[in-house]
Design a protein around this ligand. Structure first.
Ligand code: UTP
Length: 233
């Protein structure tokens, strides 16, 4: 059975550079095509700006990381509901199950399409997607974010940043740091906690720009895609 897990960055829901409705239609087409081919998909949706703003409000009165993470989790679940309802209205078959844990998701992968948010404090939705992919013994996990590649440094601040097409998990570790660096609402191209778990389980990570529908569908189909392939070297 072909099951693919996608971490869908929450920033894609609030990105001004895309026309949201058009983007949703493209995503719906990809998912419908997968259903038609009897492939299953798990979509784990991130919190984006909603999570960051909410964490910012609560962080004025507490620094308790679990508390801030719980706020972030609520935001990811709200975004998952938005994506689920939009997909339903576009004619995509979405399961009524809304998994709230990795085990819950793994138990329900028989459904055509599962849409969910975060699970528990201590990581991001990248990590949730990675754990589900490992649990179902997938070869790779797709991370759809708002940059086309992993870069040598942060492209929003460094004009010399260059895109990387293939890299090892060890290279990724050097770039994103160790899991101790997890911070509620923190920004990293791949969550360091998820990067470590993927590294230890030899799970390949395919990083694409979620606004690039052809990159997404090629990566899902196992074809050459525009993005970064992170594998065990
Ligand atoms: P996200 O998965 O949205 O992280 O979780 P992100 O890196 O900001 O990703 P984008 O921007 O959506 O692509 C937002 C916050 O919610 C908490 C963490 O604090 C995280 O930083 N969270 C999320 C959890 O604690 N556990 C989860 O399972 C998911």
């Amino acid at each position: 059975m072909d099951v693919r897990v996608i971490a869908l960055g929450g920033s894609l829901l609030s990105d001004d550079s895309i026309v949201f409705e058009k983007w949703m239609e493209g995503l719906a087409e990809i998912l419908k095509k997968r259903s038609d081919q009897e492939s299953k998909t798990v979509l784990v949706v991130g919190g984006g700006a909603v999570a960051r703003n909410a964490i910012n409000v609560v962080s004025k009165t507490t620094r308790d990381r679990d508390s801030l993470d719980r706020v972030g989790i609520s935001a990811t679940r709200l975004n998952a509901t938005i994506i689920r309802e939009k997909l339903l209205s576009l004619g995509v078959h979405v399961s009524r199950e809304e998994p709230t844990s990795v085990q819950d998701a793994i138990r329900n992968t028989g459904h055509e399409l599962l849409v969910m948010g975060g699970t528990e404090p201590g990581h991001t939705t990248d990590c949730v997607a990675i754990e589900i992919a490992i649990g179902i013994k997938a070869q790779s996990c797709l991370i759809a974010t708002n940059v086309s590649h992993v870069y040598t440094s942060d492209p929003s601040t460094d004009p010399n940043a260059t895109p990387i097409s293939t890299m090892s998990h060890e290279d990724l570790r050097v770039l994103v740091g160790e899991p101790k660096d997890h911070k509620a609402g923190g920004r990293s191209v791949v969550d360091p906690v998820g990067a470590k778990i993927a590294r230890e389980s030899d799970l390949d990570l395919d990083i694409v720009d979620g606004r690039d529908h052809s990159a997404m569908s090629n990566a899902l189909a196992g074809l050459k895609f525009n993005g970064t392939q992170i594998s065990v070297k």
